[in-house]
Write a protein that binds this ligand. Structure first.
Ligand SMILES: Nc1ncnc2c1ncn2[C@@H]1O[C@H](COP(=O)(O)OP(=O)(O)OP(=O)(O)O)[C@@H](O)[C@H]1O
Length: 811
């Protein structure tokens, strides 16, 4: 609801002064039509305050020549009012004049477009410019808390229509304790000047216009565009103070006579109504100007009721009288100027609206609610329309205060009846509206029911989808977890594989080093063995040489003995000679004894040397064994196995060589034995011959020599046999050692190089090479027979790759 009356006066705070309404005249330029019709200019602007028409001079607050721009008029007439509005004043600007003189042009401008700056746009009228100026000024003054609302009404045929509402029904005027109000008026909040312009454009489109002879788009109605401002500021006490101000921008319909305007029939009736409002306005102005006149006929027209406060009230008012300079409009121009001159005498008492604090406002609203509550209670208790007695008295007092008239009870009753019938009509309309609404509600309820069912279905589906998506998400999560686990396991396995590869690589390196070490040790050992064997062979050779030496020693002796025997045979009779021979034999025997002593010593040396050699060999063998086992512990993989295998092959070759050597030694021993035996036989034979020759004396010596020789030879033979046994036992020990080493290496290698078995792994099949084999022979029997050759226990024949001697598979 728009309040058109002052809320009250705070006399202690406000400076009250009477001031005349400001009246300005604007003369429009001669139009093209008028130029073509050779219309004469009868209006002359003498100064910026005086105008001359037909030798009559008129003075106004300001005169605007035809060449005056829109902005010039705005700055001089309206701009000062914007600051007043912000200060809490109500202001009104009228455009009054004959049709086609530029009222609408002045108020809104021809295009009525949204302007960017109130100082710049050439064609903009007062309303768009004022809107921009107001927002600009609030901004400049740094007032942040404000609300701007606009309303736009049209007064047409004495009916008020809301140009910002879609409702075509006429609005009712009424008075309440705070003044005149328009029931149901739409007030639109605007946040910038563009919003204001948009609302103005919307209203203009609804405005009643019709072509007349004088204006092809003549405004047939009076319009009031109101911009209301409320600001909130804190006072010194820190209290929020609300300030209100507004500006009414009034574009009146043209003031012309019916004949000139060229209106007929309905238009004539329309014009009569327009003129009624304007005539009442004229009378109100006349009455206000006449200081003796007490009754001001505001109530004679709605226009004057609405503008009551702007004419002789508390508002700051400016009237812009628009005139045509054409001689053809002489009469209307004179009327307008006269009209305007009279208006100059109207005195207003501009007072800023009372500033209310928020608390006051709340109190007022509470009071309003109480009033309404009382009316409501009264209405509930009886039939028809009831007003609370207190409220009724207030209404009567308010009417008296506004009109200055006191009504009789009959008048009041009549007015009340009128009002009641109006209210009943309104109620009837409301009931119809209510029924319509109920029907709509029912339809909407049905629709709501349908929507609810739909929503339930959708909810069910949504739940289902949610559950399904949750389950799917869980499954996906599980899959992701599984994938992650697999990835982790894969990573671990890859790591293990990598470690295995690295370990294998290092195993291969170690195995190669070990193999090299083993080979070198085997080589060393073989060299030692060769050395020992050589020493033994040398010992044998030396024994053989000793035997040969013995033989060479014995042979001359035997020859000597033979010669002696011959001598004895030939000279047996000569005792002296025999005696000499005996002496000589004795000497020879001494020599032989000495020689045998040497021989014996040599044999002893040989016997002493052999245990030393054996001990050395044993020691070296133990060292070798120890070192070999130590190295063999590091054997790790297949490469080593192959290496060892090849090593064993080489070793077998060495064994063969050893065997050959042993055979040679054995043969040598045999040879020595044979030679010794032959020597023995030869000796026996010789001694037999000597025995035959030497019958006494010498025979005993010869027997002794023979015994000594036999003993020596048998000792030598025994030594050689012992040597052979030792060699043979050494050979066995060596073979056993090699076998042990082989077993240990194989065991270690297999233990280390066989990768850990996993479930699902393909069993590793060992290669088993059988030299001569019947391919059809049962594998179990073959495995049983040859499993001793395998490095590890294998129960299943399927785990073995069967190869023949050439390495070809026989599976
Ligand atoms: N001061 C001016 N400068 C230029 N053109 C003007 C001026 N005043 C009026 N006009 C032009 O005159 C024509 C009529 O003006 P406008 O419609 O504003 O008259 P009006 O007084 O509002 O008429 P009505 O009362 O019939 O609505 C328009 O085309 C307008 O552009």
């Amino acid at each position: 609801m728009a309040t058109l009356k002052k809320k009250g006066i705070s006399s202690s705070l406000q400076h009250i002064s009477m001031q005349n309404i400001k009246v300005v005249v604007r003369v429009r330029p001669i139009t093209h039509n008028e130029e073509e019709q050779n219309v004469k200019n009868i209006v002359k602007c003498l100064t910026h305050k005086e105008i001359l028409m037909k030798e009559k001079k008129y003075s106004f607050d300001r005169v605007f020549k035809p060449t005056a721009s829109q902005i010039e008029l705005y700055i001089n007439v309206v701009a000062p009012l914007i600051k007043d509005v912000i200060s809490g004043y109500n202001c009104t600007v009228f455009a009054y004049g004959q049709t086609g003189t530029g009222k609408t042009y002045t108020m809104t401008g021809d295009k009525c477009s949204i302007i960017k700056n109130w100082k710049e746009d050439e064609d903009a009228g007062i309303i768009p410019r004022a809107a921009h100026h107001l927002f600009h000024e609030l901004d400049r003054m740094k007032i942040n808390q404000y609300t701007i609302k606009v309303s736009y009404i049209e007064l047409y045929n004495e009916e008020i229509r809301d140009l910002l509402s879609n409702d075509e029904n006429a609005l009712q005027l009424y008075n309440d304790s705070k003044g005149l109000k328009i029931n149901g008026l739409n007030e639109v909040t605007c946040f910038n000047s563009a919003d204001v312009c948009r609302e103005l454009q919307r209203g203009i489109l609804k405005r009643q216009v019709a072509p007349t002879l004088m204006n092809h788009q003549s405004s047939r109605s009076h319009t009031v565009f109101t911009i209301s401002l409320s600001t909130t500021e804190s006072n010194l006490a820190g209290e929020d103070i609300l300030k209100y101000g507004k500006i009414n921008l009034v574009d009146l319909a043209g003031s012309e006579n019916i004949a000139k305007a060229g209106c007929k029939d309905l238009r004539a009736q329309e014009l009569a109504n327009i003129n009624k409002s304007l005539l009442t306005l004229g009378r109100v102005i006349q009455s206000l100007a006449d200081k003796n006149q007490k009754h001001i006929p505001y109530r004679d027209s709605k226009l004057t009721r609405i503008l009551q406060d702007s004419l002789g009230g508390n508002t700051k008012t400016v009237i812009i009288a628009t005139v045509s300079p054409a001689h053809t409009s002489h009469e209307e121009t004179a009327n307008t100027l006269e009209y305007a001159m009279r208006a100059r005498d109207i005195k207003n008492t501009p007072v800023a609206n009372e500033q209310t604090s928020k608390n006051q406002l709340i109190e007022e609203l509470v009071k309003d609610i109480e009033v309404l509550q009382r009316d409501l209670d009264a209405a509930r208790e009886g039939t028809g329309f009831y007003v609370d007695r207190v409220n009724y008295q207030r209404i009567v007092d308010a009417v008296y205060a506004v009109t200055g008239e006191e009504f009789t009870h009959d008048e009041i009753a009549e007015r009340k009846a009128q009002r009641i019938s109006k209210l009943e009509k309104a109620m009837h309309d409301r009931i119809q509206e209510f029924e319509k609404t109920v029907k709509q509600c029912k339809e909407q309820r049905e629709e709501l029911k349908r929507i609810k069912t739909e929503v339930k279905e959708k909810e069910y589906l949504a739940n289902w989808y949610e559950q399904y998506s949750t389950a799917t998400c869980e499954e996906i999560q599980n899959l992701l977890d599984t994938t992650q686990t697999l990835n982790n396991e894969k990573e671990i396995l890859l790591g293990k594989l990598e470690n295995m590869f690295k370990a294998n690589e290092s195993h291969v390196t170690i195995a190669r080093q070990s193999a090299t070490a083993v080979l070198s040790m085997v080589d060393r050992n073989t060299a030692e063995k060769d050395k020992t064997l050589n020493a033994m062979v040398e010992a044998g050779i030396r024994a053989k040489e000793k035997a040969r030496e013995s033989r060479s020693i014995v042979q001359p002796f035997i020859l000597s003995m033979k010669n002696t025997a011959n001598i004895l045979v030939t000279m047996s009779v000569n005792t002296d000679a025999v005696q000499n021979v005996q002496e000589c034999v004795c000497k020879k025997i001494d020599i032989v004894r000495k020689r045998f002593e040497i021989l014996e010593k040599m044999g002893e040396e040989t016997l002493t040397a052999i245990p030393v050699l054996m001990e050395q060999h044993k020691q070296r063998t133990e060292e070798f064994l120890e070192a070999s086992i130590k190295y063999c512990m590091r054997q790790q993989n297949q490469v080593l196995e192959e290496t060892v295998h090849s090593t064993f092959n080489n070793h077998d070759k060495r064994n063969e060589a050893l065997q050959t050597s042993m055979s040679a030694i054995s043969e040598l021993g045999e040879e020595i034995l044979t030679v010794t035996r032959n020597l023995d036989l030869e000796n026996k034979r010789k001694f037999g011959e000597i025995d035959n020759v030497i019958k006494t004396g010498i025979l005993q010596s010869c027997n002794e020599i023979e015994d000594v020789l036999n003993q020596h030879i048998s000792d030598t033979i025994q030594e050689v046999d012992t040597l052979i046994d030792i060699t043979s036992s050494f050979d066995d020990t060596y073979r056993k050692f090699v076998e042990d080493v082989k077993d240990t290496i194989t065991k270690q290698v297999l233990e280390k190089s066989v990768p850990p078995k996993h479930a699902g792994d393909t069993p590793i099949r060992k290669e088993l090479r059988i030299p001569s084999i019947d391919p059809t022979a049962p594998r179990e029997i073959l495995l049983e027979k040859f499993k001793v050759s395998l490095p590890e226990t294998i129960e299943n024949p399927e785990d073995v790759i069967w190869l023949d001697s050439s390495g070809e598979g026989i599976d």
